[in-house]
Design a protein around this ligand. Structure first.
Ligand SMILES: Nc1ncnc2c1ncn2[C@@H]1O[C@H](COP(=O)(O)OP(=O)(O)OP(=O)(O)O)[C@@H](O)[C@H]1O
Length: 266
C-alpha cells in the first residue's frame, strides 16, 4: 500500500468536498529590496490582497459559479480550492485534508487524486495524441498502461471524440481541444472539478456545446467554475460574486444556501 496516498476513503461522506475558511492571500508586486537596496532607500514593493477572508463550502453534486470583474480574485480562489496554492491565513480543506498541513508532494498527490482542472487555454501537450493527453494524470498515479488506455478511450467517447483518439491537439478545433481537456480532468474520477473560464477561448455556439458536455459529465462531482460568460455562469446551482478579493454576493456556505432555498420554498 502507498503510505503517501491521500485517498480519503476514511473521510465522512457527508462532509463538504471542499471548504475554505477565512482565506486571505496577498501577493507582492515586484522584488523585495535586499540589505543594500534598503540602505539606498529602496521601498518595499506594494502588496496586492487577492483574497480577503473568503469562506466557502461546496458539497458533492453542487455546481458553484463564481463571477466578478477582472482582478477580483476568481483564479486565485480556484487555485486555492484546487490545492495549487495555499493561503497566507485561513484554511482550505479538500475532503477533510488541510492543504496547508501537507508537504508539497502530498498536496500534489491529493490534487491528482481528488481534483480535476479545466483551464481556459486547454493546456494540452502538443506532442501527444488526444488519448495520451487524457491518460496523463493516470501515468502520474501509476495506473497500468492497458487500464490507462481503456479509461482515456472511454472518456473521449463520452465527450464524442471516439473518432479522434490519435489526433494531436493541433489537429483539433478549439471546442474539441476543450473537450479533450474536460476528459483529462475527469479521467481520475475526481471528487472536485475546477474550471477557470472554460469557454473563454470559444465562440458562443461552441462554448454552449462544451458547457452541455461539461454539465452532463460532472453531475456526480462538486464543480466550481469561474467565468465572465453569462451562459457558463448560468449552469451554476449557486452563484458567488467576488469584488476586490471578497465575496460580495451569493452564499458563502452550503448551509446558508440550504437555509435560503428553504426560505424560498416556505
Ligand atoms: N502570482 C501573482 N503575483 C502577483 N499578483 C498576483 C498574482 N496572481 C494574481 N495576482 C493579483 O491578484 C489579483 C487577483 O487576480 P486573479 O487572477 O485571481 O483575478 P481574476 O478575477 O481571476 O481576474 P481575470 O478575470 O482577469 O482572470 C489581481 O490584482 C492580480 O494582479
Amino acid at each position: 500500500m502507498d503510505s503517501g496516498s491521500t485517498r480519503a476513503t476514511d473521510t465522512d461522506d457527508s462532509s463538504p468536498i471542499v471548504r475554505a475558511e477565512g482565506v486571505t492571500k496577498r501577493y507582492t508586486r515586484g522584488t523585495t529590496p535586499g540589505f543594500f537596496g534598503r540602505l539606498l532607500g529602496r521601498r518595499e514593493p506594494p502588496t496586492v490582497t487577492a483574497l480577503e477572508d473568503v469562506s466557502l463550502s461546496i458539497d458533492a453534486g453542487e455546481i458553484v459559479a463564481i463571477s466578478g470583474p477582472s482582478g477580483s480574485g476568481k483564479s486565485t480562489l480556484l487555485h486555492h480550492l484546487a490545492g495549487l496554492e495555499v493561503p497566507d491565513t485561513g484554511t482550505v480543506t479538500i475532503r477533510g485534508q488541510s492543504t496547508s498541513s501537507l508537504s508539497r508532494k502530498r498536496r500534489t498527490r491529493l490534487r491528482l487524486e481528488q481534483v480535476g482542472i479545466v483551464f481556459q487555454h486547454f493546456h494540452l501537450v502538443e506532442s501527444l495524441s488526444a488519448r495520451a493527453n487524457v491518460a496523463l494524470p493516470l501515468v502520474e498515479l501509476g495506473v497500468p498502461t492497458s487500464e490507462r488506455k481503456r479509461r482515456a478511450t472511454d472518456l473521449l467517447e463520452r465527450v464524442d471524440l471516439g473518432d479522434r483518439l490519435d489526433h494531436r491537439p493541433g489537429e483539433l478545433s478549439g471546442g474539441e481541444q476543450q473537450r479533450v481537456a474536460i476528459a483529462r480532468a475527469l479521467v481520475t474520477d475526481p471528487a472536485l472539478v475546477i474550471a477557470d473560464e472554460p469557454t473563454g477561448e470559444l465562440d458562443s455556439e461552441t462554448g454552449q456545446r462544451v458547457l452541455e458536455t461539461f454539465q452532463g459529465l460532472t453531475a456526480d462531482h462538486a464543480v466550481v467554475l469561474a467565468s465572465h460568460d453569462q451562459s457558463a455562469l448560468a449552469i451554476g446551482d449557486r452563484r458567488i460574486r467576488l469584488q476586490d478579493g471578497a465575496i460580495v454576493e451569493g452564499t458563502d456556505t452550503a448551509e446558508t444556501h440550504d437555509q435560503q432555498t428553504q426560505a424560498k420554498v416556505e
